[in-house]
Every structure is written in structure tokens, then in C-alpha cells.
Design a binder for this molecule. Structure first.
Ligand code: TYM
Length: 342
């Protein structure tokens, strides 16, 4: 048997730590929406258990969890087409996560670049959860036997680790092809949206200055101001994509324009090659406002009715558990864990 024998199923998630950024939208949510209703079952989660690997204020965490759910819904995730839930409400993730803690090797974890970046010089003082987090992420994926995982570039190594965990589990327990070898799907012009003030750094929720990122909740004026003040170089846009190689800030803005307008970066250069920033930046700001303002307005509307968000998440949690529980039971059997039942 090969991975192809598994039902094509997409799983991905987003941590509710801080607000959603344009990086989350273009690198993840927009692509989640595009994968809906195609050849896959689509399952998306708000990864709240991942968020608590670093300190989160409890009241703010609940709010942020609903806000990420609102971001999914406002961007076009349709609960009749996709399963949408928060991770903590599907306990099978954490249960399989423990088993994977016992499958993954410490040496593998030591190679995770995101852990090294996040822990920095402080690696003795960070939580054990931050270190083990990729094994829980593997459980998020494999508890559904998911075959495809759309993510931004920064998550590629974690999806590869998921494949290593699946392979080792299947081999150790002689359970051929029980867990599929999932594929990371990292496509399009915006798989790594960069910081607007420093093109060598990723746009993230936790950067120092708010001017370096676009938040999904920013209003139109703020979005326009941030793009107009984005760092660039003095040169006009080149006539071909090659000319962006050594110009990370310029390349980032072109890629953002391409992703928002659903064109290739080549097509954007075809349109704006030779133009200066005085023309390109206002066009980018206008496009971003046109695409993002309706999403941010819808997020606000949804956040006014948290009970409705919770109701949708509960439906999602039930649908997710209906898939996850039989897979967990089979896993316990394979591992030899006894679960006496009535
Ligand atoms: P998180 O919450 O950091 O990011 C969520 C998604 O957004 C993408 N992303 C970006 N894409 C392009 N440019 C950027 N600047 C940018 N910043 C973030 C991320 O690549 C990701 O796809 N561990 C994951 C969440 C997770 C998950 C999972 C993902 C939990 N369980 C299972 C896939 C499958 C995380 O921390 O992503």
C-alpha cells in the first residue's frame, strides 16, 4: 500500500497567539479557502494548545482563539464545506501527541530551526512544550490521516518531521502505511511574507513594531499608511523578476501584490516594471485595502457574537472527533495500550 490509498484530506492550523497577520492570510488562510470544495476533505484548526507553549493571558487566549476562528470564517472558510474547530476541544490531538513524544527522537527535535530561533540563548528556560511542539503538530495532522498540509515556508521542516514520525511509527509497530506520509503544500508567490521594515525577517505576530506587519484587523488608513512607509530602496521596479534578486524589500512588496491580485510575480513586474515607488506603493495599498477591509469588517461583525462562533466551533469539534476517535483507538491497539470498555 502507498500513501495514495489514504483518502485525500487536508489539515492545517494557526496558533491564536496575537492577532492574524497578512503573512498568515496569504501564506495560509487564503490558500486554505482555495483548497475547499476541491478534491480533498478540508479540516482546519485554531491551534490553541500550540499557543500555550509560551505564556498566554487566559482571558486573552479565549478571545484570540475566537478571533482566529473569525478570521477563517471571514476569509471564506465555509463550515458546510470544511471542518473548523479549536484544538483543545478535540482531546485526541493531545492523546496522540503523547504517543508521538515517545516516537520522535530528541536528536530530531534538536534540529528544529524554529525552536532554535524561538528559544535563542534562553533554551534552558523555555517550556518543555515549546521543544515538543512539533510532535503535537504531527499529531494534529496524523490524527486525521491527513495527506496534504498547506503551510507557509516556515512550517516545512515540521511537516517533514511529521513524515519521519509516521515512518518510524509504521516501521516500529509493523503497521504498514497506517499513518500516511503527508505532503507539505507550499505554493504561490507569498509563502514567506517578509517584515515591512526589514526584508530579511519574516512578518510575524510578535515583532517589535506594529509598522512591520499588516494585521487582519487593521483599518483602511492603517493599511495604507503601513505600505506607504514600508522600507524600499531608491531604484524603480525592474523590467524582469531577475532584477529583484538582491532587493528583498522590493521583492516582498511585488510578491504581496501578486498574491493579493492572484497573479504571478512575473505578471506584476510586467505591469509595473520601470515604475517608481510613488506609483507602486499607492496601487499596492489600494489593492490591499480592497481585499482586506471586507475581511476585517466581517471579523468585527462575527466577534460581536462570540456565542455564534462557539456554536460553529462545537459543530466542528464533533465532526473532527468523529474522524479522530477511531484512528486514536486503532493507534492504542497498535501500540498495545489497554482501554477496557463497557
Ligand atoms: P503559525 O500560527 O505560526 O502560522 C500559521 C500559518 O501561517 C503561515 N505563516 C506565514 N506564511 C507566509 N509568510 C509569513 N510571514 C507567515 N507567517 C506565518 C505559517 O507557515 C502557517 O502555515 N505550528 C503552526 C500551526 C499548526 C499547524 C498544525 C500547521 C499547528 N498544527 C498542523 C499545519 C498543520 C504554527 O505555529 O503556525
Amino acid at each position: 500500500m502507498t500513501a495514495a490509498t489514504h483518502t485525500p484530506r487536508v489539515l492545517s492550523g494557526i496558533k491564536p497567539s496575537g492577532g492574524l497577520t497578512l503573512g498568515n492570510y496569504l501564506g495560509a488562510i487564503k490558500r486554505f479557502v482555495d483548497m475547499q470544495g476541491q478534491d480533498y476533505e478540508t479540516i482546519y484548526c485554531v491551534a490553541d494548545l500550540h499557543a500555550i507553549t509560551v505564556w498566554q493571558d487566559p482571558a486573552e487566549l479565549k478571545n484570540a482563539t475566537r478571533e482566529v476562528a473569525a478570521g477563517f470564517l471571514a476569509s471564506g472558510i465555509d463550515p458546510t464545506k470544511s471542518i473548523l474547530f479549536n484544538q483543545a476541544s478535540v482531546p485526541q490531538h493531545a492523546e496522540l501527541g503523547w504517543i508521538f513524544n515517545c516516537v520522535a527522537r530528541v536528536g530530531w527535535m534538536n534540529r528544529m530551526t524554529q525552536f532554535k530561533d524561538k528559544a535563542g540563548k534562553n533554551s534552558e528556560a523555555v517550556s518543555l512544550g515549546l521543544y515538543a511542539y512539533p510532535a503535537l503538530m504531527a499529531a494534529d495532522i496524523l490524527i486525521y490521516h491527513a495527506t496534504h498540509v498547506p503551510v507557509g515556508e516556515d512550517q516545512k521542516q515540521h511537516v517533514e518531521l511529521t513524515r519521519d514520525i509516521a515512518t518510524k511509527f509504521n516501521n516500529d509497530f509493523k503497521a504498514e502505511n497506517f499513518f500516511p506520509l503527508c505532503e507539505p503544500i507550499i505554493e504561490g508567490p507569498a509563502t514567506r511574507v517578509m517584515n515591512l521594515r526589514d526584508g530579511s525577517k519574516k512578518m510575524s505576530k510578535s515583532g517589535e513594531s506594529d509598522m512591520e506587519r499588516i494585521n487582519m484587523t487593521d483599518d483602511a488608513d492603517t493599511i495604507a499608511k503601513k505600505f506607504k512607509k514600508a522600507k524600499t530602496d531608491p531604484e524603480p521596479l525592474p523590467e524582469s523578476l531577475d532584477g529583484l534578486k538582491e532587493r528583498p524589500e522590493a521583492r516582498n512588496l511585488v510578491n504581496i501584490y501578486a498574491a493579493l491580485s492572484e497573479q504571478s510575480s512575473e505578471a506584476v513586474i510586467g505591469e509595473f516594471g520601470g515604475e517608481g515607488w510613488g506609483k507602486f506603493k499607492p496601487a499596492l495599498a489600494e489593492l490591499a485595502v480592497e481585499k482586506l477591509a471586507p475581511i476585517s469588517a466581517e471579523m468585527k461583525r462575527l466577534m460581536d457574537d462570540p456565542a455564534e462562533i462557539d456554536r460553529l466551533l462545537l459543530n466542528g469539534s464533533e465532526a473532527a472527533q468523529a474522524i479522530a476517535e477511531p484512528i486514536l483507538q486503532q493507534t492504542y491497539d497498535i501500540v498495545g495500550l489497554l482501554r477496557p470498555r463497557r
